[in-house]
Design a protein around this ligand. Structure first.
Ligand code: GLP
Length: 259
């Protein structure tokens, strides 16, 4: 795992967008997994700027990480609509290059299995962006999710519903159930980039990066991934014991290596 501590969210966005631009340069039809929430927005803004400056995303493909169950199709806070607004529209990516699980399906169990097949048929995810919940979740894999789990239905913790209530009229509007790529599914992506910003994430980040591997901290599974990059602002890095080591390692890293 590589830990990169940068001054602020725009710097995070630039770094992650640079990695995506490099990937698309090597593999124009790369499958890029995107995350919702506030944290990755600077990545999408940075990609939009790069596209305006000539980055070619004409063949890039986008896939979704997770979804609420039961919101009607087209609901503005369904993750499909959020990804459409924040990623596809910004980057000029059409629906035929986008894939996601259907949280409005009558048979959500089948929707999960279908999504696993879709990702496999697409050749797997090349780069997956991840945020982290204050309880250490990735995607919507709440604490004690199996490290071997595949895309499935999960029940949100109260804490996650409270954290996400800001996007809805109130807590009661936040769905109880979600679909999420499983931890085993996420771990198959060739490169994982986890972003965290702000003091509210510092404890979850420290547990994930420097704590024991534990299902109760789902993000700790990144310790097992051969290519995982964690990009933090100073506040999110605030509880890391080895922060100075991570800083000096990155400062002396040869530029050609990228992240
Ligand atoms: C939701 C999403 C996660 C995201 C998390 C953190 O629970 N399912 O994918 O990482 O929120 O969101 P934020 O970046 O807004 O803190």
């Amino acid at each position: 795992m590589e830990i990169v501590i940068v001054p602020d969210a725009p710097a995070q966005g630039d770094l992650a967008a640079g990695a995506i631009a490099d990937l698309v340069g090597r593999k124009p039809d790369a499958l890029i997994g995107v995350a919702t929430g506030s944290t990755p927005l600077p990545v999408y803004e940075a990609l939009q700027r790069r596209r305006e400056q000539g980055l070619n995303l004409d063949r890039a493909r986008i896939c979704q990480l997770d979804e609420y169950v039961g919101l009607p199709a087209g609901h503005p806070e369904s993750y499909r609509e959020v990804v459409r607004r924040e990623v596809l529209d910004r980057l000029g990516i059409s629906d035929d290059r986008f894939m996601g699980p259907d949280g409005s399906a009558a048979d959500v169990v089948k929707a999960c299995a279908d999504y696993e097949r879709t990702l496999a048929a697409a050749g797997g995810v090349d780069l997956q962006l991840l945020g982290i919940g204050t309880d250490g979740h990735i995607g919507f894999n709440e604490p004690i999710s199996s490290f071997g789990s595949r895309t499935r239905v999960k029940t949100l913790t109260k804490q996650t519903r409270v954290d996400n209530a800001r996007f809805f009229a109130g807590l009661d509007e936040v769905p109880q159930h979600v679909l999420t790529q499983g931890i085993g599914t996420i771990m198959e992506a060739r490169h994982l980039i986890l972003l965290a910003t702000g003091e509210s994430k510092a404890e979850a980040v420290a547990l994930a990066v420097e704590g024991p591997l534990a299902a109760v901290v789902p993000a700790s599974v990144l310790q097992l991934h051969p290519h995982a990059t964690v990009i933090l602002d100073e506040a999110a890095a605030g509880q890391l014991k080895l922060a100075d080591y991570y800083r000096s390692t990155y400062a002396t890293k040869p530029a050609w290596q990228g992240i």
